[in-house]
Design a protein around this ligand. Sequence first.
Ligand code: CMC
Length: 432
Amino acid sequence: MTNKKITIKDAESNKEIDLPILESVLGPNVVDIKSLEKNLGLLSHDPGFLATSSCESKITFIDGNEGKLWYRGYPIEELAEKSNFTETAYLLLKNKLPNINDLELFSNDISNSYDVDSSIKDMINVFSKDSHPMAIMIACLSFLAAKHHKEINIQNEKYRYESTINLIASVPVISAWILNHILSNNFQKPNKSLSIAENFINMSFPELNEEQKNHSSKAMDIIFLLHADHEQNASTSTVRLSGSSETSPYAAIAAGITTLWGPTHGGANEAVINMLEEIKNSERDVEHYVEQAKDKENPFRLMGFGHRIYKNYDPRAKIIQKIAHEYLNKLDDNNPNKPLFDIAMKLEKHALEDDYFVSRKLYPNVDFYSGIVLKAIGIPQSMYTVIFALARTVGWVAHWNEMIEDKNFRIGRPRQLYTGKNKTSYKDIKDR
Ligand code: CMC
């Protein structure tokens, strides 16, 4: 809290009030408008929350203009280079890097929770194999909420830790089972000696040799790390709002998964591959699609280009671009994905050289490259958002914990600008 304030005056009543300005460590300060209604009878109006800070948070900092993404103060580039998903999960949850013992305990707690109730597999089996995996995932979270509903005690730190670990460990195992199911493979057993990413790859692709598994696990670990948190986006805000009613954390995460599913949130990397497939199967060349994207009369946009927040390079895209290029450089000419990836590289070249994209800072975003890497690993497109949900579960539970530990924690209750009818008398149905 500072002594800074903003004074606003209601021109009609001539009444003036001071609103305190709360100082952020980085990024814009915020105006505390809580007294607005009491003193002036007014509310603030900001549909889509584009100019509203919904909470105080110490977890993630983003500066879209500068292309910065920091978890607990650590730049994402440094974490991607030196850390791993499990250690980063610890950092996001505990606000510090673990020492050797802390990390060992934390990793053991996670792998000891890989033993997900196996009857969940019977439930997964009920879904047809062409069901969307996100829908199956939501049902699985409901299964966990049902199984654990008697334990709910969100004010209890031990309960919060146990449910946090259980979610971080179970969601990847369940994701692999969903993948086994849609590929018509046998359900694979989790292996406690493996990290989250290694175990996910081991369960998803048991047929790979050790070298292939290691290679895919490393790429997967970085994808998980890059997607672990992204501040107060739609799904994280959903988890916070849902969790604020003191519901089960499993139910709150199910709400987050539901929100993430949408194509304007988590579904973009799936859209990238769909677009590449469309270009590949069409008679037209890449240039035609680029021209179409530039045409203001045409609603077509290049999927995987541009970002709402990053008006500079998305720092995650830079990191995953390297991995995508590594994969693509190793492909031999007979690889069935080669034509698709050649199209991707042509599009990337346009975006980096064509004045339309350069002048608007429409760089390839994280979804452009993660779509390519996931395709190269062999993950079916419909599973991409599940992978995102798996990684983001860490961020969601970090925000859920932070919210409950906040001394000002109370149920979220947005207000509204009512524009409906004024008081109207009921007419009997015969008289309408
Ligand atoms: N292809 C062609 N033109 C584009 C594109 C695109 N992908 N994106 C933006 N533009 C143009 C847009 O037409 C506008 O041109 P002008 O200034 O001449 O009117 C200019 O660039 C600015 O666009 P905007 O619509 O104001 O940008 P925005 O911040 O509202 O939209 C976006 C951001 C991500 C919705 C948009 O870039 C887009 O639709 N991209 C494709 C979909 C995509 O890849 N989404 C994933 C984003 S990352 C998700 C995540 O991090 O979770």
